[in-house]
Design a protein around this ligand. Structure first.
Ligand code: NAG
Ligand code: NAG
Ligand code: NAG
Ligand code: NAG
Ligand code: NAG
Ligand code: NAG
Length: 500
């Protein structure tokens, strides 16, 4: 589909409409005002605080403490980075040595900021039950975002309604903020690269791209400034998707994951040092730490789970967004040849199930999806599936296809005969229905091992780590909070190190 071409055909009509152009948020008069706040788990007992400002900060600082009236600790950095077409600087400070599982209050140091709070990470091995949310393919709401014609909830006020918290998925994440402890978002943020879909942006792509990013990350801040929000790349972070990236219409700042790297490169973790007593595990975890390339591939541990985020866009054979990739997005590579796969193998091999019984991975493009072969990534399957099976990954979370899907545990398109009762193969979900300007994708043709598929309204998934043997996945309808599908995966987890 070439939407630009359609727009160009309507050019005479559009000439009068294009004067408005990019919808930037207002710049606060106090340029130290923090915007676009985002937290991440940055290491064992460490939280990174990321935020943007409309001026460069020489010394970004965060004050924090366990009482809102005694922010006695302070952490600072010199990380305040930008790129040529951006109006803002991405600042990052890491708060280390936190007492686990404790409410902390924090204030980004500014002449115009307020005190916020977060819950510090659980240590690896803490067997307390908790929930995480999986949200993928989440776009901006409002004048540059999804509209009534794409909104299955049939809102009739879009786009005049103010965007704050009125994306149904962001709204639901806000309403349920006390129900989950972190969010994983493997790819496709904002959909700023879809700026050309709005005629007003047609001749101002450079600004429209930046304006949508500013709006989106402002809209996300009530969630990402409260909960660790773990990001990895999708195709919409890569480059100019529907406009040929070689033309002048593709803004420089939009190429090669530039904004994504700027924003998340200093806030995502590498990999944790192992807390296993097994020396092989320690060596593998150390190797994974050296080979990690945040925000593209990295891992973290939280209570009962080891989570590995990987990059389905670049850095493996026939990667779709790579320099010669099928998507034509000419991005990456971001590591040495094979660095990502070497990381993944060392990282998965390091997981001691007596410490973190659960092993979950997150990536953007799935290799199991309803709707036919155009929805799946064959080269991703070839590169990653054997490692996921070998090291006994329990759950694999994907997006890219704009709906919700759950599959029975499967390897090489063969359903595991054990089903949800202690399978050897990973269970797969697609949680790409969070909502964006492109709308939802119909379910289409099924696979035989497909257990649930939903594309009627925006939705996302929650993953509940109940105990060492039970993991519950729920799909939530964003507009209502209704549970659309619920399943429990049972795993014995008797092996300390799974190799199969
Ligand atoms: C202070 O920050 C708020 C948002 O947090 C913003 O609305 C306001 O304009 C800022 N004030 C100044 C003087 O920049
Ligand atoms: C450590 O784990 C490896 C598997 O990663 C295993 O082969 C080895 O026997 C273990 N060593 C000890 C001392 O348990
Ligand atoms: C993208 O950026 C990476 C790292 O910054 C660089 O190594 C790579 O060559 C760039 N790729 C392209 C196509 O510009
Ligand atoms: C798992 O799938 C891979 C292909 O991704 C295949 O090579 C391998 O043989 C399968 N393993 C088993 C045990 O079926
Ligand atoms: C596809 O599978 C899902 C889940 O089993 C089921 O609800 C749906 O009716 C199926 N659709 C078709 C077209 O077979
Ligand atoms: C700013 C704004 O319009 N917020 C609204 C978002 O939607 C919720 C629930 O639909 C309303 O309660 C808010 O007022």
């Amino acid at each position: 589909m070439n939407l630009l071409l359609n727009s160009v055909k309507g050019l005479p009509f559009l000439i009068g409409c294009v004067i408005a152009s990019a919808s930037y948020p207002a710049i606060p008069s106090d340029l130290t005002t923090p915007v676009q706040q985002r937290l991440a788990i940055n290491g064992a007992n460490a939280i990174s605080v990321g935020w943007n400002t409309y001026e460069q900060l020489s010394n970004p600082c965060v004050q924090y403490g366990t009482s809102s009236d005694a922010l006695t600790l302070e952490a600072c950095s010199t990380t305040s980075v930008t790129y040529p077409t951006s109006r803002t600087w991405s600042n990052a400070v890491v708060l280390t040595g936190l007492t686990p599982a404790t409410t902390y209050y924090y204030k980004i140091v500014s002449t115009n900021s307020s005190i916020e709070h977060f819950f510090s990470p659980r240590v690896a091995g803490d067997k307390t039950a908790f929930k995480m949310s999986a949200v993928i393919d989440l776009g901006v709401y409002g004048a540059d975002g999804y509209t009534i014609s794409m909104d299955a909830t049939k809102r009739d006020t879009i786009p005049t309604i103010q965007p704050a918290l009125n994306h149904t998925t962001i709204g639901r994440l806000a309403d349920n903020i006390n129900d989950y402890e972190l969010v994983v978002h493997p790819g496709d943020f904002a959909y700023a690269d879809d700026w050309y879909e709005k005629p007003k942006n047609l001749f101002d792509g450079v600004n429209a791209y930046e304006a949508i990013l500013e709006q989106f990350y402002d809209q996300l801040a009530p969630i990402a400034g409260r909960k660790a929000y773990m990001a990895s790349p999708g195709n919409h972070e890569a480059d100019c998707e529907e406009i040929d990236y070689t033309t002048f219409l593709c803004p420089t700042g939009q190429k090669n994951f530039t904004d994504f790297m700027n924003r998340f490169g200093n806030t995502m973790p590498t990999a944790f040092a192992s807390t296993s007593s097994n020396s092989t595990a320690m060596i593998n975890a150390n190797k994974a730490q050296q080979l990690a390339k945040p925000p593209f591939w990295y891992s973290f541990e939280y209570g009962m789970v080891h989570v590995t985020m990987f990059d389905t866009e670049t850095d493996f054979t026939d990667a779709p967004d790579g320099p010669d990739g099928s998507a034509g997005l000419d991005s990456g590579p971001f590591g040495a040849p094979n660095q990502q796969l070497q990381f993944l193998e060392a990282d998965l091999a390091s997981v001691d199930r007596t410490v973190t019984p659960w092993l979950i991975v997150g990536g953007h493009r799935p290799w199991y999806s309803t709707g036919g072969s155009s929805n799946v990534c064959g080269p991703c399957q070839t590169a990653f599936e054997p490692l996921l099976y070998k090291y006994g990954v329990d759950l694999a979370i994907f997006g890219h296809v704009h709906n919700s899907q759950r599959f029975m545990p499967v390897n090489n398109s063969v359903a595991d005969p054990a089903g949800l009762n202690n399978p050897k193969a990973p269970m797969y979900i697609v949680a790409g229905g969070a909502g964006n300007i492109e709308g939802l994708s119909s379910v289409g043709s099924n696979l035989t091992f497909n257990a649930f598929a939903y594309a009627t309204d925006f939705s996302y998934a929650t993953v509940s780590l109940q105990d060492a043997n039970h993991l519950q996945v729920d799909f939530i309808r964003s507009a209502t909070g209704e549970v659309l599908d619920s399943s429990v995966l049972y795993k014995e987890h008797t092996e300390q190190f799974v190799v199969q």
